[in-house]
Design a protein around this ligand. Structure first.
Ligand SMILES: [Zn+2]
Ligand SMILES: [Zn+2]
Length: 358
């Protein structure tokens, strides 16, 4: 089959602006998308053709090549339409960045909605696996009517609006002929049946909001902002669909004395200048209390000492990271006369030797 002219496919002028091309493709996509248009066996092919035309004409350099040399020019340039091997969804992801190009048109949901909850941890909690209870509001199936929305003992009737099919059809005309679009019935929510006497507890919805608690396992090494997914713990969906998921976000509190970089921790320790000169040890804050760290003779301001294995564990198990200790030299003030005299003597002795720095 000869390839059709891309401008003809999108039904736009050769001088069409980028905006006009995008608009034209969205309109075609809405008419032709196979998911909403299962009646037309040619819809998918037509849709792929439109997607390919849009891929070329929405890209400035491809469009220039096509304008000058036609289909042959594009093949010569190595252009491969993304509609060739991939699915329709891939094309949408590639072209619209994963957003829904159909705007208001929605398919019946196949699952309940997801729920989000937050768990707060101290930094030290990251050392070990944790278990925390989260509570959240979730939509559950109404027990009174068992989810069918009818007061127990009362009949459920065929939906008068859609005649029981659960779908409303809209017929429109496009350049490719008559196109039938289906959308879920708003009266019965796509179920095809409605209660004669709505359930008094859930008002006929079949579902209710409830506060729910859940024990969440949080692995050691978790990072601030990570999310844990618990499948099926979210909202109940329409009858017959699966429940949504629960997403638990872990918020790890800052420890103002420790900076985290993955599995490594960084702390600061004050070192009296005399200890820095002759050597010794100082105490530094760690996740498991104060720990002594050696200070080598001749330590300079900003030198870094290491406490091996005092950092955090990696998320998927393994050896704990290290804690790095940045030494900050502190010069004593308010010396008493004896200390003052000793410091002066020390200075005299030190300055008698030629310093390499001078
Ligand atoms: Zn109910
Ligand atoms: Zn209906």
């Amino acid at each position: 089959m000869a390839k059709r002219d891309y401008y003809e496919v999108l039904e736009v002028e050769r001088t069409a602006s980028d905006g006009e091309i995008k608009k034209a493709f969205r309109r075609l996509a809405r008419d032709l998308h196979p998911d909403v248009n299962a009646h037309d066996p040619e819809a998918e092919e037509k849709f792929k053709e439109a997607a390919e035309a849009y891929e070329v004409l929405s890209d400035r350099s491809r469009r220039d090549t096509y304008d000058a040399f036609g289909h042959k020019g594009l093949r010569f340039d190595g252009f491969e339409p993304s509609s060739a091997p991939g699915s329709i969804q891939d094309i949408f992801d590639a072209i619209f960045g994963g957003t829904d190009p159909f705007g208001g048109l929605r398919r019946a949901p196949s699952a309940g909605a997801d729920v989000a909850a937050v768990v707060e941890l101290e930094l030290a909690d990251v050392l070990e696996d944790q278990q925390r209870e989260v509570s959240f509001e979730a939509v559950v199936v109404c027990e009174h009517c068992r989810g069918n929305g009818a007061e127990p003992g009362t009949p459920i009737e065929t939906c008068p609006k859609c005649g029981g099919s659960g779908q409303l059809q809209q017929v429109s005309r496009s350049v490719f002929g008559q196109v039938v679009r289906a959308m879920p019935c708003d009266r019965c929510g796509g179920e095809g049946r409605v209660p004669e006497t709505p359930c008094e507890r859930c008002d006929g919805a079949g579902r209710l909001a409830e506060t729910r608690a859940w024990e969440v396992d949080i692995p050691a090494g978790v990072e601030d902002g990570q999310r844990i997914r618990i499948a099926g713990a979210g909202h109940a969906g329409p009858a017959g669909s699966r429940q949504g998921d629960l997403y638990v976000e872990v918020a790890v509190a800052d420890d103002e004395r420790l900076t985290r970089q993955g599995t490594e921790l960084i702390a600061r320790a004050q070192v009296p200048v005399t200890t820095a000169i002759v050597g010794g040890e100082v105490f530094v804050h760690t996740l498991q209390g104060e720990v002594a760290i050696a200070v080598r003779p001749g330590t300079q301001h900003g030198d870094v000492g290491l406490l091996r294995g005092r950092g955090l564990p990696p998320l998927h198990g393994g050896r704990r990271g290290d804690q790095h200790v940045v030494f900050e030299l502190v010069v004593p003030t308010d010396l008493d006369p004896e200390q003052q005299e000793a410091a002066e003597r020390f200075a005299d002795v030190l300055e008698r030797q030629p310093s390499p720095r001078r």
